[in-house]
Design a protein around this ligand. Structure first.
Ligand code: NAP
Length: 317
């Protein structure tokens, strides 16, 4: 049987962590392949504006990740558009076996940087109205809501930043939050509180998304303190209530926390030799573009060290 090529590294995911890892690994002349099921960029490619990445003030998310991809490719990074289905661990032997929808690969190390996907509210009418007034992406869909009244659900950085962006199009943006305090960074909160187009509804959750003609026209809201039910007439609702880690292909024996985020040490090592993780997918407090990129740089340095001792020391961890 033909022996499969043993790569140094497979990077799974093409967001900022993946692109940074790809750039570092290619620059270190590793034999590396990135697998990304869609376009590189991850959630940043659907982020309207990034104002806290050093050296690039007020850049759009798509422009920032385009620059990252270009830089990584200039060092020779190969990116394939394939969906990873599973990883069979094989450290110390033939390497880890990565199966995709169209191919299979072997590598000494695997770096999981697959990020996360938007969490849904889970209320009545949410999935039925997807693309009919329900959206999880302001840059993709904001322009459809010119001069319309819309709602944004959530109280974190994503909700408040995207609400600010949506004021470019909508005539009014109502932020609906389940508590009476925002989680978002103070500077963003201040901008939202001062914005003439933004209103807030506190201590409230969305119980139902409704329409007469299958295009959202009403939200059924519940005040969690008083249980009072009210209606809010809007023509669109943008949901930013956090993200769920994308780990369906990660072996069950890789340690994760209760929410499914991968546990690593400070060197970005998981509990399985040769399997590393970085960026939004790992257990950590700060999920920022810059922390994802920092994790990725750390991971590549650990992977270089691990690969060098790959055959010599199977006990490594
Ligand atoms: P997040 O920080 O986890 O915030 C999620 C928000 O949704 C919270 O306010 C939460 O309420 C609310 N929520 C959660 N489940 C809900 C539900 N079922 N119904 C209603 N509300 C619900 O998520 P994020 O804003 O997407 O941010 C994710 C990470 O990326 C964070 O670490 C954030 O700092 C980072 N981020 C950074 C930037 C930036 O630096 N420019 C931009 C975007 C995101 P509670 O507050 O009550 O829990």
């Amino acid at each position: 049987m033909e022996k499969k090529e043993l790569l140094d590294l497979i990077i799974i995911g093409g967001g900022p962590a993946g692109l940074t890892a790809g750039m570092y690994a290619s620059r270190s002349k590793m034999n590396v392949l990135m697998l990304e099921k869609m376009m590189p960029g991850g959630n940043v490619s659907i982020t309207a504006e990034v104002e806290n990445y050093p050296g690039t003030p007020n850049i759009t998310g798509p422009d920032l990740v385009d620059l990252m991809e270009k830089q990584a490719r200039e060092f020779g990074l190969e990116i394939k558009s394939e969906e990873v289905l599973n990883i069979e661990p094989g450290a110390g032997t033939e390497g880890h076996h990565v199966k995709t929808d169209t191919n299979e690969y072997y590598a000494k190390s695997v770096l999981v940087v697959s990020g996360s996907s938007p969490r849904k509210i889970g209320c009545v009418g949410e999935s039925e109205h997807l693309g009919r007034g329900v959206s999880y992406c302001a840059t993709c869909d904001g322009a459809f809501f010119r001069e319309k009244e819309i709602a944004v659900v959530g109280g974190g950085d994503s909700a408040v930043e995207e609400a600010l962006y949506l004021t470019k199009f909508a005539s009014k943006v109502t932020i609906i939050h389940r508590r009476d305090k925002l989680r978002a960074t103070k500077v963003i909160q201040d901008k939202a509180f001062k914005h003439p187009k933004i209103d807030f509804i506190w201590d409230t959750v969305v119980e139902g998304i409704e329409s007469e003609k299958m295009i959202v026209d009403n939200l059924k809201l519940k005040n969690v303190k008083t249980n009072e039910i009210t209606n809010l007439k809007v023509q669109g609702i943008f949901v930013f209530v956090g993200y769920i880690p994308a780990t369906s292909f990660v072996p069950g024996i890789v340690d994760k926390d209760q929410a499914g985020f991968i546990k690593t040490d400070m060197e970005m090592r998981t509990n399985l030799p040769g399997i590393f993780a970085a960026g939004d997918i790992i257990v950590k407090k700060q999920r920022q573009i810059i922390t994802a990129c920092g994790d990725a740089a750390t991971a590549i340095k650990s992977i270089e060290f691990y690969n060098e001792w790959f055959y010599e020391d199977e006990q490594y961890i």
